[in-house]
Design a protein around this ligand. Sequence first.
Ligand code: G6P
Length: 423
Amino acid sequence: MVVIGKVAVIGGGSTYTPELVDGFIVHRDEVQVKEVALHDIDPQRLEVVGGLVERMVRHAELPTRITRTTDRAAALDGAAFVISQIRVGGMAARIRDEHIPLAYGVVGQETTGPGGTLKAWRTIPVVLEIARDVERLAPDAWFINFTNPSGIITETLLKHTSLKAVGLCNNPINFTRLVAGLFGVPDEAVFLEWVGLNHVNWIRRVYVEGRDVSADLMAKVREGLPFYPFDADLVEALGVFPTWYLQYYYYPDRKVAEMRAAGKTRGEVVTEVERDLLRKYADPSLVVKPPELSQRGGALYSEAAVRLILSLVLDRRDVQVVDTRNGGAIPDLPADGVVEVPCVVGAHGVTPLRMGPLPETVRPLCQTVKAWEAWTVEAGVTGSHRAALMAMVTNPLVRSVDLARVLLEEMLEANREYLPQFF
Ligand code: G6P
């Protein structure tokens, strides 16, 4: 069993924090954390969420100390791991990111399209400030980024700071578990040739216990896989399996129609879920992660985090899908950009496997979205209006220059208070 000194959680008042702490409880035989330092700018959230995780830890009889603070430096000081899970502007900003594009017939979503662009721009100045503190107070810490859009934020950190940053998403582990369930094997028996970017990825081949089961999975897609939103003819044409978020790129018209018909945006739904969750969290008799937390999209997030932490600390050198600098892993994407691919994870950090060129059926979309990400990072860091326009125009969900200008003007203005780099 390995002992870790301090894990600092920035955005510790998030309703997801009990999920993370549950991961430390579940993996108690492998890892023990001496202190989990929760930082948040909202003292009330900190009290409610911190209170629950303290009870969880006590109930599980873990020796872990849970500390709470609104002083970021205090939380970061001496941390071995920093986990970032912030949401600049809160759910209100997410809801605006969803509504404004939708009014123009464009997908309104928190990590793709114009919504993802603005979420990145609100987040980048704050994340760079946090990074400066980490460079000063915990320069050897591993920085695990969950903050969305995860790939873009990780790329910002790797291009503009000296942090040992790794980006993480729960989609790879979710897909692994889906395949494991379909084939009746444990997660460890599944290997996915996962290629692309965060929220823009495809599975080239699916292996179970070393056997290529891609054709069997294809047969299951043809029969109709629950929760898999892609038509069999599309998957067949691509020759690879698109994952969840690609529905926004392959079916933008359907998604816009669905979003309009839903009446409520996802952010509005999540606001209600969070209200109920926080009410539950405040109940002093609650001592475990409540099942209602599974209504959020971040299922298995704790598993992904704990597996990554364990391999970094124990030098396991196993393979995990994370977000890291491309290098030459995918030769048809920029070397300095971030990709989401299987990586060897050990005490040295993460080394991406050389996945080779993208299949030609997906290369154009992946390259275009990568260009959007790079412009988004540049604009988010510099506040350049030219880079901002290039980001909007390059995004496959926008394309039109006239529309890009209108969206930019309205969305920058709506986010003015969070965009010091632009105003
Ligand atoms: C998935 C994505 C995450 C995202 C989450 C949204 O898990 O991989 O990047 O944060 O869904 O969940 P929510 O409950 O906020 O809609």
